[in-house]
Design a protein around this ligand. Structure first.
Ligand code: MGD
Ligand code: MGD
Ligand code: SF4
Ligand code: MO
Length: 743
């Protein structure tokens, strides 16, 4: 008998509500949930393939443990015993930093990834943390940390109300949006146009998003910070700066004007390959729009000046008075955020509190660059021990990070490695223990991370659509048991982990004068929590103590898990609203417009004014039916235009004798790969594009379908030493390459 169940889609940041059709425990179909308060029925081809993703026969069903050099099926008990036996001796002999932790992107798409990694890190006490953030949005965290004192205070464009969107280095028509959670991003952009608003896209490729725009600026890769600095210059020069209501909250306006005085449009035009008149027009349009938002993602973030570009995005929103106002860019307030406390000076944001051992990269937000993982494993120094054991949760750095070949080798030299991953892939094949989470239909879902980045306040929770198959373990329990095994408590009751967090949180809350539960008895409060599992009780706790919560009875109409469960399609909590100065945590209690580390990095940007790359520059791209490195194994999502081809402009192809469809050798500082050419004017001249996440041709993996059309690993072209110095973020775009036609 077929039935339906609701499940929030975890396959991208848009978080659409889906209605799954089920035959027993098998997902036979998925459609958009029309009653979902946020996504209102939207679905994309990936969501529609939820059943195929969920039911992929290559997903691991049992833990694997290496015996006599081979990964073999094992019981959960054997697997956790092996984790304890692998990690404890490393900690005891070499200290906590010899255990590295690698966290990948899907952690922001699971409840387990939101609730347990910070406990693991705290319990291990390691500084060897590497995550997908440093091949992604770390520059934005750093710029937010410096401007607002909180690395997670990331303003989101008010997509549904803005009059003008300047969209830079993002392609939401394929990616469905990032650091801006908006189901049906394409529809929202069309609605912007329909209500008379304007859309400008800055991208070296004429993407599907660019084709929707009023204006497309095909910038030279890697130069957005120059373009944005020149726009800010124009705002000052032409007297277009208008802080409006922001005025009392902002420090350093004059210093900023001084700091960017070398970046006139006429000065940056050559480097950006954008006419000065166009740059002036972009600035004037931004200032003239009734409301406007500047929004930038991967293309301007994963470059050599990623932090400066991220900072300048906010600077432009501030200078035009668009930060923190409806129609501009606002700070969302999620239901599981801590309840707002009174505004006032904070502790600020510090960078470089410690450094990586080999190349001395500063930490950012407690993380070291993912690009430095290989050298932290394979290079001995006198400073301390290399990483000898690795805990990898939902990450595939062999394909996602620069110089995968070196990492591939380094992983083999570890004393011990455990991967929490549904697949035996390019990274997990090196593990001594693989702990497979259940497929998404068997997992509960709440978007802890993406609700803090959503264009509308809302809250939704879906319980597992089908029960756990026999022999499966919830990912939350896997991580709780992993924490226990890694910290010398192997075999203890995993619910103790949740109980400890709940006790600690409540004990703190009752002592906090601003908390709705101030002065109450933590045991009485704990007893009132509802939920069938530890993670549900923790969700209940966060909701009830949060900004919309019931405060354990103080506001009976407020949120709780019980209330959320009574609203299976979610609860709408209204549009984004101005919040300043409350989110500020800087030492001054103000927005610090020109923070010291930023000012100190400007000379490097000044030097870039003179740079004119002689050869071709490589950029990435995403395809609607892809997701980083792990969705090439689903036949329904591969083929057609979703292939690992090298986009080359016809002029460059003609000059280099490259024929459409013929293999081309691409050489970069880190290595070379050969991929078929796709000659297209979708890239600007001088720019070539290869997607990432491919290269599924290694032995020892179990990705049957992906191996039939493996593609090549673009990150093998990068040498890994190129970083944005402030954030440690890898330079993935604007990388020089040479092409050779092969026959
Ligand atoms: N050249 C280039 N490189 C890039 C990028 C680029 O634009 N260009 N983009 C970068 C970006 S933005 C990112 S975020 C990174 C991503 O880098 P990673 O996070 O390393 O890669 P992913 O492919 O997202 O997936 C990581 C792993 O999670 C596993 N997984 C899937 N679902 C689950 C689950 O529910 N639980 C668990 N435990 N594991 C799961 C997958 O099998 C896979 O092994 O790649 C970066 N790399
Ligand atoms: N279908 C699909 N959706 C995804 C993913 C996926 O792999 N597939 N990955 C998810 C993840 S982890 C993330 S972080 C988001 C990313 O979401 P987006 O940031 O929207 O990602 P992209 O589609 O890679 O868009 C980046 C754009 O930047 C352009 N670009 C490259 N270099 C430069 C430059 O120097 N300057 C400018 N201005 N533009 C440049 C590229 O041509 C590209 O069009 O997508 C998420 N959603
Ligand atoms: S847009 Fe993203 S969240 Fe929505 S259905 Fe597609 S993959 Fe899922
Ligand atoms: Mo990402």
């Amino acid at each position: 008998m077929s039935r339906t169940a609701l499940r929030i889609c975890p396959l991208c940041e848009a978080t659409c509500g889906l209605t799954l059709t089920l035959d027993g425990t098998r997902v036979t179909g998925a459609r958009g949930d029309r009653e979902d308060v946020f996504s209102k029925g939207f679905i994309c081809p990936k969501g529609a393939a939820f059943g195929a993703v969920d039911g992929d026969p290559d997903r691991l069903r049992t833990p694997l443990v290496r015996k006599d050099g081979e990964l073999r099926e094992a019981t959960w008990e054997e697997a956790f015993d092996a984790v304890a036996a692998g990690i404890r001796p490393v900690v005891e002999r070499y200290g906590p930093h010899a255990v590295g932790v690698v966290l990948g992107n899907p952690n922001v798409h699971t409840m387990a990834g939101a609730l347990y990694p910070s406990i693991l890190l705290g319990a291990l006490g390691t500084r060897s943390l590497f995550t997908a953030s440093t091949v992604d949005q770390m520059p934005k965290h750093v710029s937010s940390g410096l401007l607002y004192g909180d690395a997670n205070a990331i303003p989101v464009p008010d997509l549904d109300h803005t009059g003008h969107l300047l969209l830079i280095g993002a392609n939401p028509l394929e990616s469905n949006g990032s650091l801006c959670t908006a189901p049906d991003f394409p529809g929202r952009l069309k609605a912007l146009r329909a209500r008379g608003g304007t859309l400008t896209v800055v991208d070296p490729r004429r993407t599907r998003t660019a084709r929707l725009a009023d204006r497309h600026v095909a910038i030279r890769p890697g130069t957005d910070a120059l373009l944005l600095a020149a726009m800010a210059y124009v705002l000052f020069e032409e007297d277009l700066v208008a802080l409006g209501a922001l005025d009392p909250h902002v420090l350093g306006l004059d210093e900023l004007a001084q700091a960017i005085r070398d970046f006139a449009p006429e000065e940056v035009a050559g480097a950006c390959d954008v006419e000065a008149g166009t740059i002036r027009a972009l600035a004037r349009e931004l200032a003239a729009a009734p409301t406007a938002a500047v929004y930038a993602r991967i293309g301007s973030c994963t470059v050599a000046h990623g932090t400066l570009a991220s900072w300048l995005v906010d600077v432009l929103n501030i200078l035009t008075g668009n930060l923190d106002r409806p129609g501009g860019a606002l700070f969302p307030q999620a239901a599981t955020d801590r309840a707002p406390r009174p505004a006032g000076p904070g502790r600020g944001f510090a960078l470089g509190r410690w450094h990586s051992r080999v190349s001395k990269h500063p930490e950012a937000k407690g993380e070291l660059p993912l690009s430095a993982l290989a050298e932290e494993i394979d290079t001995a120094t006198e400073e301390g021990e290399p990483v000898r054991a690795l805990v990898v949760v939902a990450a595939n750095p062999v394909l996602s990070a620069p110089d995968g070949a070196r990492l591939d080798k380094a992983l083999d030299s570890l004393d011990f490695m455990v991967s929490v991953d549904p697949y035996l892939n390019e990274t997990s094949r090196h593990a001594d223990v693989v702990l497979p989470p259940p497929p998404p239909a068997q997992s509960p879902h709440h978007d802890f991370a993406f609700n803090t980045l959503a264009v509308r306040h809302q809250v939704r929770y879906t319980r597992p659509a089908v029960p756990l198959e026999p022999g499966r373990m919830a990912e939350t329990e896997i991580l709780a048991r992993l924490i226990l095994a890694a910290t010398g408590m192997d075999g203890a009751d995993p619910s103790a982990v949740d109980t400890a967090v709940i006790d600690q949180t409540l004990r703190k809350a009752v002592r906090d004068a601003h908390s709705p539960v101030h002065g109450r008895d933590p045991r009485e409060l704990a007893a009132r929590l509802t939920g069938d599992t530890g993670p549900e009780r923790r969700l209940d706790l966060m909701l009830r103590l949060g900004p919309y919560g019931d405060g354990f009875g103080v506001r009976p109409e407020g949120l709780s898990l019980e209330k959320l469960l009574a609203h299976p399609h979610g609860i709408d909590l209204g549009p984004l609203r101005p919040r300043l100065p409350q989110p500020l945590r800087t030492v001054s209690g103000k927005v610090e417009l020109l923070p010291r580390p930023i000012a100190d990095d400007l000379p490097r940007l000044r030097a870039a004014l003179r740079e004119r790359p002689a050869g071709l520059l490589l950029v990435g791209r995403r395809h609607l039916r892809s997701n980083n490195s792990w969705m090439h194994n689903v036949p329904a999502l591969t083929g057609g235009s979703n292939r690992c081809t090298l986009h080359v402009h016809p002029e460059d192809a003609a000059r280099l004798g490259i024929l459409d469809g013929a293999p081309v050798r691409v050489k970069g500082a880190g290595g070379e790969v050969t991929a078929p050419a796709e000659v297209t004017d979708g890239v600007r001249p001088g720019v070539v594009s290869l997607p990432h996440g491919w290269g599924h041709d290694r032995p020892g993996t179990r990705l049957t379908h992906a191996a039939t059309d493996p593609g090549v690993n673009v990150n093998q072209l990068l040498d890994g030493s190129l970083l944005d110095p402030l954030s440690g973020n890898a330079v993935l775009n604007g990388v020089p390459v040479e092409l050779t036609a092969t026959r």
